[in-house]
Design a protein around this ligand. Structure first.
Ligand SMILES: CC(C)(COP(=O)(O)OP(=O)(O)OC[C@H]1O[C@@H](n2cnc3c(N)ncnc32)[C@H](O)[C@@H]1OP(=O)(O)O)[C@@H](O)C(=O)NCCC(=O)NCCS
Length: 55
């Protein structure tokens, strides 16, 4: 929810998630380019990819 943004909640959630997944070789996040700086702050690297989405 927009009202809860900017209070550190997203950072803490992703930090805890990455800690839980720390034993995995790969952790991939699909996101729009404008949100990449948020994940970069948490140590993630920008990448490119390909996909198919069937509805
Ligand atoms: C992106 C999102 C998850 C961040 O959650 P949040 O709780 O607002 O983030 P935090 O409060 O932990 O912010 C941490 C820092 O990241 C920055 N940040 C947040 N969103 C950002 C973005 N899109 N681009 C760059 N920086 C961003 C904040 O400004 C903050 O910086 P500061 O500490 O210098 O003020 C949240 O804003 C959101 O849900 N946005 C809309 C949906 C979306 O884009 N989700 C991601 C889909 S993969």
């Amino acid at each position: 929810m927009r009202a809860y943004r900017g209070q550190g909640i997203g950072t803490e959630l992703v930090r805890r998630l990455l800690h839980k997944l720390s034993g995995l070789h790969m952790v991939d996040v699909m996101c729009d380019p404008d949100v990449q700086p948020f994940y970069a702050r948490l140590g993630m690297l920008a990448s490119t990819g390909m996909m198919i989405r069937r509805t």
